[in-house]
Design a protein around this ligand. Structure first.
Ligand SMILES: [Zn+2]
Length: 133
């Protein structure tokens, strides 16, 4: 069949393909599969490395934050979760009593029942209060 490919109608005679050709095809297929596997492995390694680098960056970034910023970040995350849970809207987040700045993700400054975004706002408010009384 290999030596005389056109001599007989092999398909009508239901002769299976020539062995060598079949073996060649199988070998090629195996090679192709191996190559694909290697590519997949390399891709996975690249992604793994990228994740690792991102994690390192995130770690350094977080470590560089002040305690206050870390706490604010945690508060922000809690608040975001709360927003999702309750469907709270922007109109009822707590705000600085003096300037109206959103206190979302901040550690507000308190005195009495009031919350402020900054000590400056707190002091301005306190001074105004003192002026009234
Ligand atoms: Zn303020």
């Amino acid at each position: 069949m290999v030596d005389h490919p056109d001599k007989y109608d092999y398909s009508r005679a239901k002769v299976p393909g020539p062995l060598t050709q079949e073996m060649e095809a199988k070998k090629l297929e195996k090679k192709r599969a191996q190559k694909a596997q290697r590519k997949q492995r390399e891709q996975a390694q690249r992604e793994e490395r990228q994740r690792w680098e991102q994690e390192q960056q995130e770690k350094q970034r977080f470590a560089a934050l002040s305690d206050r910023e870390k706490r604010a970040l945690a508060a922000e995350r809690r608040f975001a979760a709360q927003l999702q849970d309750t469907g709270t809207t922007l109109s009822n987040i707590s705000r600085c009593w003096h300037c109206g700045e959103s206190l979302l993700g901040r550690i507000p400054f308190h005195y009495l029942d009031f919350s402020f975004c900054s000590t400056a706002c707190l002091q301005t408010h306190r001074r105004a209060q003192a002026g009234h009384t």
